[in-house]
Ligand binder design. Structure first.
Ligand code: FE
Length: 343
């Protein structure tokens, strides 16, 4: 669980902010925190950071669905012939086959990237060289050497296209809700399909329809609350990212103080739970495959607001209990939820 090492086999593990397998390319730093071998082939997760001007030229992945979430700074994203300027907490959904690339626009831009399908961690290992630092290099060319391109293209799921950047392109407007299907789209910070349970505001950035069922991405905003019931899943892997605030996580019998930048992998079969501890906490779960989507729809009610309410809304865990048999959810110990008034 501890040690910040990638396990190389599917198990529960924690990677603290900044740790992971670090590689540099074109002045950027790729910090790999989950590879296919660590997640049973379900998901890969990579933090990317760089300075102003760091560029990843236009390319596509034949078999990898990629998602990006901006953690710091601004990112100019080129996607499907259009461009979008993404800021902190903006999300981009990039299905397999869609041409995309980016240029970092802030002196420290940091992006969380996760993917399913082939191995993008392998692509970064071919593009980059091991790097001892925990932040992007203080100097260095923003160009990626042609030799590295060739090597990556020949040995991983990346195909560079003839145009390297979009010098001019139509603007892609962000959407407030994920669309129905597998499409390229951008969701602006705070938007998404919002729903509430107790004091916790959940938002789908991607539902199963957007990812061919390969994963769902759900953000949670909340104030301090009770520990959720201990549980495990039999079919899906869960990953947690803390963006701001503070949480306590429990996984595999260990208690973890979970802070911004931290990443936790919880594969099927691992008993886990969490509690929000700070007045404004934001975290994300990426669940792969995406079959747990109905849980959120059963437990939550649709919500129009952008911040959780002062007075908690009903916490309808009773509806979850009624339909427990349909869900990939095994409760451990006393499943009774705390009264909603305490949340
Ligand atoms: Fe869970």
């Amino acid at each position: 669980m501890t040690g910040n090492e990638l396990p190389g086999v599917k198990r529960s593990y924690l990677i603290r902010a900044g740790e992971g397998q670090r590689l540099t390319f074109g002045g950027e730093l790729a910090t790999v925190v989950a590879r296919n071998e660590d997640t049973g082939g379900l998901l890969e997760v990579i933090f990317l950071s760089g300075g102003k001007g760091a560029t990843f030229p236009l390319h596509r992945h034949k078999a990898s669905h990629e998602s990006l979430y901006v953690l710091d700074g601004q990112l100019e994203l080129w996607i499907d012939g259009k461009r979008a300027l993404l800021s902190r907490n903006d999300y981009a959904n990039i299905p397999a086959g869609v041409i995309h690339g980016y240029q970092m626009q802030s002196h420290r831009t940091q992006v969380l990237s996760w993917s399913v399908g082939s191995s993008l961690a392998q692509m970064y290992s071919l593009l980059g060289e091991p790097y001892p630092g925990h932040v992007h290099p203080e100097s260095g060319s923003s160009e990626i050497a042609a030799a590295f391109f060739g090597k990556a293209q020949a040995n991983s799921d990346v195909e560079f296209v003839s145009e390297t950047i979009y010098s001019s392109a139509q603007t892609l407007s962000p959407v407030a809700m994920p669309p129905k299907g597998v499409e390229a789209y951008v969701i602006e910070a705070g938007e998404g399909e919002r729903m509430i349970a107790g004091s916790d505001l959940f938002a789908f950035l991607a539902h199963q329809g957007n990812t061919s069922g390969q994963f769902i991405s759900v953000t949670t905003l909340g104030p301090p609350g009770d520990r959720i019931p201990d549980h495990f899943h039999e079919k899906h892997t869960e990953t947690f990212f803390c963006f701001e605030g503070k949480m306590t996580m429990w996984a595999d019998g260990k208690e973890i103080s979970f802070l911004p930048g931290d990443f936790l992998h919880v594969p099927a079969g691992t008993v886990h739970s969490y509690r929000i501890d700070a007045p404004f906490t934001r975290f994300m779960g990426v669940l792969a495959p995406g079959l747990f989507e109905p849980f959120f729809r059963i437990m939550c009610d649709p919500y129009d607001g952008y911040i959780f309410p002062l007075e908690p809304r009903p916490f309808r865990f009773d509806r979850v209990m009624q339909r427990l048999g349909e869900l990939d959810l095994k409760l451990v110990g006393d499943p009774r939820p705390a009264p909603a008034t305490q949340r």
